[in-house]
Design a protein around this ligand. Structure first.
Ligand SMILES: C[S@@+](CC[C@H](N)C(=O)[O-])C[C@H]1O[C@@H](n2cnc3c(N)ncnc32)[C@H](O)[C@@H]1O
Length: 364
């Protein structure tokens, strides 16, 4: 009889698996009486804490160890996680190396496991993501899976991403991404722009800056609108306004907001000369030009100090300003040389080859 997953109920580990049982299996959750599967989240490096907090709020997620957990029933809820890049269903095989997965029994179990993921996600192709994926063993595995899953193997962009990884306690984990695309490829993103922010960073920034339904929020330099959409989807606020100096960006953010089903005002205005009265906003959230794909380092020497001065004018006495930037040296120098803001670093995150930081400023 399947056991219910208590906290101490770990997946089968090498040397502990009952004889004849090669793979860790779904368990039955004692509260829902539904089979529970093990999952793992992939997140951008630096967002682990935000993702763990989001995960803790998922009803029925249990036995949470970092970003790994058990969850019973329909995984649809796990596709709505906003701080994760992807959700994987995980199973461990008690084999010393990937070659062991080619055994008759293991291949049967692996196929059954992957079928259950495809039945949920509707993937149309697959690929392997593992060190040594060019090896003979991996190629044989790909050939076997192509036949057994009846899905084409597309090494570059296959939808069912299957990762193989040795597990610390023994055996090999197989992780299968439950959605054909990453969760950060948001359904609302119908328009992309160079320099567009990763949506999970936008979500994390809002979470850490705090949400209050009385906030009047300003998103200067809104680009394709990532920060606007993610905040609009988060729940109530008093006002939310975006501006960008580039008409294409304004159009782009409007398209994304429309696709998200949210009405937010976005204007083509210079963020430093809005003509708005002092203290118009309680929260400013800005992804400033990083000086590479967007803007220049020389231009930022002028833009950044002007931004700090104008946002000081535009925010209320208790106002907060959250800034995402990769111009870390410049920004920290400016903060050191001024006396108007208290600043603290909220996070540093890996994003597309960069390590931008997110700061929260409050008025002194
Ligand atoms: C790093 S991008 C923002 C990307 C955005 N977070 C996204 O997800 O697409 C910076 C944006 O600042 C805008 N910008 C630069 N200077 C500006 C200014 N003075 N006023 C308003 N927008 C400005 C650029 O047009 C660009 O869209």
């Amino acid at each position: 009889m399947p056991r219910s997953p208590a906290r101490s109920d770990r997946p089968a580990q090498r040397g502990q698996a009952p004889s004849g049982r090669k793979a860790s299996r779904p368990k039955t959750d004692h509260r829902t009486r539904q089979p529970a599967n093990e999952y793992e989240l992939e997140v951008l490096s630096g967002l682990e804490r935000v993702a763990a907090t989001e995960l803790e709020a998922v009803p029925l997620a249990r036995d949470i160890r970092g970003l790994r957990f058990w969850f019973p029933g329909d995984p649809q809820r796990l596709t709505r996680l906003r701080s994760a890049v992807a959700t994987y269903r995980v199973r461990n095989w008690d084999v010393p190396r990937p070659r062991g997965l080619l055994g008759h029994q293991q291949l049967g179990e692996l196929t059954e496991f992957l079928h259950s993921v495809v039945a949920f996600g509707g993937h149309a192709s697959f690929r392997l993501g593992a060190a040594g994926k060019e090896s003979t063993v991996m190629q044989r595995l790909a050939e076997e899976l192509e036949e057994r899953l009846n899905l084409p193997h597309k090494p570059e962009d296959g939808e069912l991403l299957i990762r193989l990884r040795p597990q610390e306690q023994g055996g090999w984990d197989v992780l299968a991404r439950i959605t054909p695309r990453p969760l950060t490829a948001r359904p609302w993103r119908v328009c992309n722009m160079t320099g567009g922010l990763n949506a999970s960073i936008a979500y994390a920034t809002h979470k850490l800056a705090g949400q209050r339904d009385i906030d009047r929020i300003f998103n200067p330099m809104s680009g394709s609108g990532t920060l606007l959409v993610e905040r609009a989807l988060m729940g109530p606020y008093d006002a939310l306004v975006g501006v960008d100096i580039d008409p294409k960006a304004v159009e782009c953010s409007r398209s994304n907001l429309k696709a998200a089903g949210r009405e937010v005002e976005v204007a083509m205005v210079d963020a430093l000369h809005t003509g708005l009265p002092a203290r118009s906003f309680d929260l400013v959230v800005a992804d400033l030009p990083w000086g590479d794909a967007i803007g220049t380092h020389g231009g930022n020497e002028v833009l950044y100090p002007a931004f700090l001065t104008e946002m000081h004018r535009l925010t209320s006495r208790q106002g907060r300003v959250a800034v995402i930037t990769h111009e870390i040296r410049l920004f920290e120098r400016l903060l050191r040389d001024q006396s108007k803001w208290h600043a603290h670093e909220l996070l540093q995150v890996y994003s597309g080859g960069h390590w931008p930081k997110v700061y929260l400023l409050t008025k002194r």
